[in-house]
Design a binder for this molecule. Sequence first.
Ligand SMILES: *Cc1c(COP(=O)(O)O)cnc(C)c1O
Length: 380
Amino acid sequence: MSEWRIPLTDLNYGREEEEAVLRVLRSGWISMGPEVLAFEQEVAEFQGVKHVFAVANGTVGLHLALLALRIDRGDEIIQPALNFVAAANMTVAIGARPVFADIISLDEPTIDPTHVEQLITARTKAIIVMHYGGYLCHMRHLLEICRKHKLHLIEDACHAIGAAYDETTMAGSIGDIGAFSFFSNKNLATGEGGMVVTGRYDLAERVRLLRSHGMSTLTWDRYKGYANTYDVLVQGYNYRLDEIHAALGREQLRKLSPGNHRRAELTRLYRKLLSNLPGWNIPFANRNTSSAFHLMSVVAPHATARDNAVESLRQQKIQTSLHYPCITGFSGFSGYKQSLVPKSQAFAARVITLPLHPKMYDSAVEQVASALLRVANSSS
Ligand SMILES: *Cc1c(COP(=O)(O)O)cnc(C)c1O
């Protein structure tokens, strides 16, 4: 498929992943079992969080987070307009109403705490934050707002695995409950897969049940002789992960910190080379910590300059992407436009995501940067 000379992203896979899959195939047990349990334990240690549940993907992780918090029909959930659509879709799926907040600025495209506070009503139950590009949101301010107004805080941490908040807390474990995705373009990739993390025992027990039909025991428990039968305690789902994906996840977890470190180096190189792009913004330009460096984004002076740059890079076989179209602009969300989000709209019209992955060479970053400098200087 790929004709790209420089692809947007690439798997950080090798012999380790191949052997991990073979280990599972030869074990004779492929549904949720020891690999999943080991993966959960390793992520729990890495995160420094008590309760960790492997799930089928990030989207169902967000669904479980909302269900665990008992978000109900008619509840309002404030969340970013600039996000992948999964959180908004799951909000609607449980009958709640998404209320879209704007970003802070083009340089800081995470949810604006001041706007969040303005959107709070008597029906607001929770805030979903998303650490855009792997860069942490303004969590101190957001936590304070949640405490003051008694709101739950959910982290869509799909970009941010490995980003540290402070000495003991990682992205995903800052609020009440968080979700990660292990989709193939994420920093930890298993194809499909995800994780729900929480420090709260009450939420953990809900997630454990809802992940597997509301059943009190797992097939694995019965196979091991730990249980003979089961009760169904609540109406749940099948959102489990399987052994093959968990085995891939364990190998990927070992590569996560060095991978994120390499992403940070490449990001610094991009920032240096692009520091005098005329009229462009480089989001998070001064942030060297509190990030998983998932995305390298640049913001053009206007939409036409962005479109020209994307087309020019495409012709040079450099793949780019758009994270994200503004959710309030989607037809399926036309009934939910309660608030204005001009900065998210401007960002979505002007942003480009450039290639970034741990296996990328410095020389590829140099080629992307000079291609971008050429087109930016010629059209400004
Ligand atoms: C990838 C992603 C999701 C969805 O995860 P899936 O595993 O694809 O379901 C949700 N939110 C954000 C911010 C993402 O990047």
